[in-house]
Structures are given as structure tokens and as C-alpha cells.
Write a protein that binds this ligand. Structure first.
Ligand code: 9MR
Length: 349
């Protein structure tokens, strides 16, 4: 199956984290975003993670709003507990995320100059990446940098970083992370890349332009994260997604699925029908990516319907609970988990 890697990927294998180092022999590693308390308090949740995952990532904990309640405070309680769990059980933990427009504490609105923004960005990365150097080996360095409706003049999303530093904040974040942990795998992560819409096409183009520019200037970047918060009411552009991934692969970049779930508010109510539709759309997404490369990892944004962000924004009109994830609220496998298992194992040859 080595052929499916594309030659461009090979020079980067040395930088792959341990869980992804044997692509020709092993299945693609699967992981899930975790909440901290149930890892320790809910034995069924813990068992589900240990039964299925090789990777975890904190759904929260490393975000500025969690880590930096005050300019002078770093509260590492959550990520320390998540990493302790990962290390105790032989899992890898991905870092999400260093620089994002969202989940920012109010004090960051007072950042008033380029100099101050540069200081906060660099010292944040030095402190966080320095603390976990050699232990968190894959970082979403920049999360969601592409604008929702990118234009030629404004491809990058507004944020405190973009406002003060322009798009150079992305390069600064990547270079700083690489300087602090030269062995870490550096990822830029974004969403809605799969959509067959004008904004989806524009997002793919803006993403490729950004990545090409970074590579052309030798900025350290190893992989792109496709979140995959899939909206079944919006068609997936299969060929557009495959072509996008093929371009990344040709540039020598890896691809990860980082936050897969299926936003099921528009799907039919009956559970069997809904679970089948969720699985089908996840399959379509994964296969469009797999047609162009072997993803380094498939990570879902949660593992069980018991703990999901989806109802915060996408409550169902019929009042039924959302079912966006591979296990149901009682940790039983749904068809989506079968799709993930089949997909990740299909590269195992
Ligand atoms: O699922 C996460 C939710 O619990 C948090 O409240 C929210 C804000 O921090 O972020 C959610 O996760 C997002 C992720 O960090 C980035 N991509 C979109 C995810 C879903 O909103």
C-alpha cells in the first residue's frame, strides 16, 4: 500500500509521531476528543476510549479560555490530567490548539499593538510547547485560520492575531513551535473544506494558497488537519476534496482527519435510519480523502453521543437527542464506528 502514500510524503516520515510511524504495516490510528472528568469518573467512558482509541485530544483544556483565565496565569490542570491518562495507557495525545480566533479570554481584547500581540503569541507557545516538549508530538498550531467566505483580498479570518500581525502570525506561530520542539509535527487545521459550495471551493483555494506560500518560504509545516464537522444537508465535493488532498500530498504534506462528526439536525428522526445516514456521509468523506492519500490519523470530535458539542448549535427540531458520533450514549457501537474501522484497516497491507 506504500504506493498510496505518494512519494511526496516519504521525506516527512521521519517526523511522524510514533503512532503513525509504520504506515505500510499498521491500520491508520483512530482517536477521539476527550473531556477530562469522565476519563477519571466514568468507567464506561474510560473503557470506550481504551477499547477504541490510539490517540486522544482534549476537547478543551489547551484553549486560551481554559489555560489563560488571566494574562499572568497558566492553568495546566486539564491538559496535565489528559496527558497523564494518555501516558498511563500508552495513547498519544495531540495538542489542540495553540493559536485560534475562538475561545479567547476577555483580557486578550486588550492586546493593543503588534508588539504586544507578538509577545503574547510567542510567550504562550514557548510556555505551552515547552512544558509538553517530547510528550505532545502533534500540534494544531493554527486552528481555523481561513475565513468562512474567503476572498482574494481577505483569505484569512479575523482574529486578535490577524488584526495586529496580519497573516504573518501563522508563520510566527509555526516557527516558534518548531524552535521550541523541533521534533513536533506541526498542523494547520480547518473546517468546511469538503463542501460542494462556492464558499467550500473558495476555502480550499485559500487553504492551498496559504500552504503553498508557507512551503515556498520553508516555514515548518508537516500536515493539514481536515476537521470534518460534516453537514449532510450540504453535499460533499468528492472530486474537489480528493484533488485538494492530492495537492497537499504532492507538496509532501500529511493529512489528518481531526474532528470528525456528522451534524444530524437535518436527518430523519428514526434512529436506525439516522445512524445509517450518519455512517454513509462519514464514509463518503473518508473515502474522498483516502482516494488521494493515507491519512495519518482519523480523530472524531468525541466518541459517544453522550458528550458532544453538536446540540449547542444544532439541536433537532423534533427534540430527539443528536447522534453525531461513532458510539451511542450507552457506548454501544453504531454503524459510523464500523465505517471508521473498515476505513482505517483498509490501509493495513
Ligand atoms: O467541542 C468544543 C466545545 O466543547 C467548546 O466549547 C468549543 C469552544 O471552545 O469548542 C468546541 O470544539 C471546536 C474545536 O475546538 C474547533 N473546531 C470546532 C469545534 C466544535 O465547535
Amino acid at each position: 500500500m506504500l504506493g498510496a502514500l505518494g512519494t511526496g510524503t516519504l521525506p516527512y516520515l521521519a517526523a511522524l509521531p510514533a503512532y503513525a510511524k509504520t504506515p505500510a504495516m499498521a491500520a491508520i490510528p483512530y482517536g477521539a476528543a476527550v473531556r477530562t472528568d469522565p476519563l477519571y469518573d466514568d468507567p464506561a467512558y474510560k473503557k470506550a476510549i481504551l477499547d477504541h482509541c490510539q490517540i486522544i485530544v482534549g476537547e478543551g483544556g489547551l484553549k486560551w479560555i481554559d489555560l489563560r483565565p488571566d494574562r499572568h496565569i497558566f492553568d495546566f490542570t486539564q491538559p496535565d490530567r489528559q496527558l497523564a491518562f494518555a501516558e498511563e495507557h500508552g495513547l498519544e495525545m495531540r495538542g489542540h490548539t495553540l493559536i485560534w480566533y475562538g475561545a479567547m479570554p476577555e483580557w486578550t481584547e486588550t492586546i493593543a499593538s503588534a508588539e504586544e500581540a507578538r509577545f503574547e503569541l510567542v510567550s504562550h507557545i514557548e510556555t505551552v510547547v515547552g512544558r509538553y516538549r517530547g510528550r505532545i508530538r502533534s500540534w494544531d498550531v493554527c486552528n481555523e485560520p481561513i475565513a468562512d467566505n474567503p476572498t482574494r483580498d481577505a483569505p484569512i479570518r479575523d482574529s486578535v492575531w490577524q488584526r495586529h500581525l496580519g497573516r504573518d502570525y501563522i508563520e510566527l506561530a509555526l516557527r516558534t513551535t518548531a524552535a521550541i520542539d523541533p521534533d513536533a509535527r506541526l498542523v494547520i487545521n480547518d473546517y468546511d473544506i469538503e463542501q460542494a459550495t462556492d464558499s467550500g471551493r473558495a476555502k480550499r483555494k485559500a487553504f492551498l494558497d496559504l500552504v503553498r506560500d508557507l512551503k515556498a518560504r520553508d516555514v515548518p509545516l508537516h500536515a493539514v488537519g481536515l476537521q470534518g464537522h460534516i453537514r449532510p444537508d450540504i453535499p460533499i465535493d468528492r472530486s474537489g476534496l480528493t484533488a485538494f488532498v492530492a495537492e497537499l500530498d504532492a507538496m509532501g504534506l500529511g493529512v489528518l482527519v481531526t474532528e470528525l462528526d456528522v451534524i444530524d439536525d437535518s436527518l430523519p428522526g428514526p434512529v436506525a435510519e439516522r445512524d445509517a445516514a450518519v455512517a454513509a456521509v462519514a464514509k463518503e468523506f473518508l473515502e474522498a480523502i483516502g482516494a488521494a492519500c493515507r491519512p495519518e490519523a482519523v480523530v472524531t470530535w468525541g466518541i459517544s453521543d453522550r458528550f458532544t458539542w453538536v446540540p449547542i448549535w444544532f439541536t433537532r427540531g423534533d427534540g430527539m437527542p443528536n447522534r453525531p458520533l461513532p458510539l451511542d450514549a450507552d457506548y454501544q457501537k453504531k454503524p459510523m464506528m464500523q465505517v471508521i474501522e473498515d476505513f482505517t484497516r483498509s490501509f493495513n497491507q
